[in-house]
Design a protein around this ligand. Structure first.
Ligand code: UDP
Ligand code: MG
Length: 323
């Protein structure tokens, strides 16, 4: 055995599929020459998921189980799994068999090639409506425009992370966790493997449009302060316009007078105050943006490799297979 592998599986009300899922996953793991563990994270399920996971743990010594105290959402469940995973390579996979466990050996092969993050990109998607495809494409386009870290398109959370990538993820403790973005943000050599995403095996998706919209908002707001910057520009342009228009009103009065008494003063005061307020809001927005960036306490950088005498142990990529 040359390396250790941990498979993290977040599961929320997956009693209908978890048995089938584990059978398929176990079959794949049997064929991998590594010390394998499967970490099931029950995200506060209200059905039989937990007893079923416990039963799996009793049957299969590779299985470890975690149960969160309530439903915290997939992102938190994945984080709990990554925190618990102590392995050279960690795979994150959905329990609903939409991510084929059969792809894991391919992910491992790319990792052995020297990549730290190998994400699975879906080719075609079955069982998804046209609207979902269109909205998801629109989301990626907006994200690309707004955020500094490019987000790989058409990837779910199905991916393999090297030990140091997992350690990097552990350092990101922000509460608004947009995992897809975080995986991309940590950097390191990343690559993708294309696969065919099946429709859900059984059970229902936990995502509806409301949750997806919220996820999209979370993605945008946690990787960009562009919306705040928009407030600044709106404030500046509104203030500029108000100022010019106020001058014009004043000039008109001085040149020709105004038949409506009080109108010019009122107009000038309103425009001035409105402009000043918007400008001040923009300024406040800029500071909030900075506070927000600092509050996330993200590490400033990660080192990918070092050379030269200063570094006694040159950073290594994934361990070479010693087979
Ligand atoms: N999941 C979770 N907590 C939640 C919602 C989902 O752990 O609050 C798990 C779920 O059990 C599955 C994975 O996250 O293993 C993906 O969920 P789902 O299939 O509902 O999402 P979709 O594939 O539709 O994006
Ligand atoms: Mg799914």
């Amino acid at each position: 055995m040359s390396f250790s592998l941990a498979v993290v599986v977040p599961a929320y009300n997956e009693a209908q599929v978890i048995g089938t899922f584990h059978a398929r996953l176990a079959g794949v793991l049997d064929g991998i020459d590594a010390a394998c563990r499967v970490i099931y994270v029950d995200d506060g399920s209200s059905d039989d998921t937990w007893p079923m996971i416990v039963a799996l743990a009793e049957e299969d010594p590779r299985v470890e189980a975690l149960r969160l105290s309530r439903n915290f959402g997939k992102e938190a469940a994945m984080t709990a799994g990554l925190d618990a995973a102590d392995a050279d390579a960690v795979v994150v996979i959905d329990a609903d068999l939409q991510d084929p466990p059969e792809l894991i050996p391919e992910l491992i092969a790319r990792w052995l090639d020297g990549y730290d993050v190998v994400y699975a990109t879906r080719g075609e998607r079955d069982g998804e409506t046209r609207t979902k495809k269109i909205t998801s494409a629109a989301f990626y386009r907006v994200m690309e425009k707004l955020s500094d870290t490019p987000l790989p398109r058409d990837t779910g959370d199905f991916r393999l992370l090297s030990r140091r990538a997992v350690e990097a993820m552990r350092g990101l403790r922000e509460r608004q966790r947009f995992m897809k973005g975080l995986f991309a943000w940590i950097g390191y050599p990343q690559t993708s493997v294309t696969y065919h995403r099946d429709a859900r095996h059984a059970g229902n998706t936990k995502w509806n449009y409301w949750r997806l919209t919220n996820l999209a908002i979370e993605g945008i707001t946690s990787f960009s302060t562009a919306p705040l910057r928009m407030a600044t520009w709106l404030g500046v342009s509104a203030a500029g316009f108000a100022f010019v228009y106020g001058l014009w009103v004043m000039l008109k009065v001085l040149l020709w007078g105004d038949p409506v008494r009080g109108y010019p003063t009122l107009m000038v005061v309103i425009l001035f105050l409105g402009g000043a307020q918007l400008l001040a809001l923009g300024v406040i927005g800029e500071y909030i943006g900075r506070t927000y960036a600092e509050a996330k306490r993200r590490p400033l950088y990660y080192i990918e490799s070092r050379r030269g005498g200063l570094w006694p142990s040159a950073d290594r990529g994934p361990p070479p297979p010693q087979r």
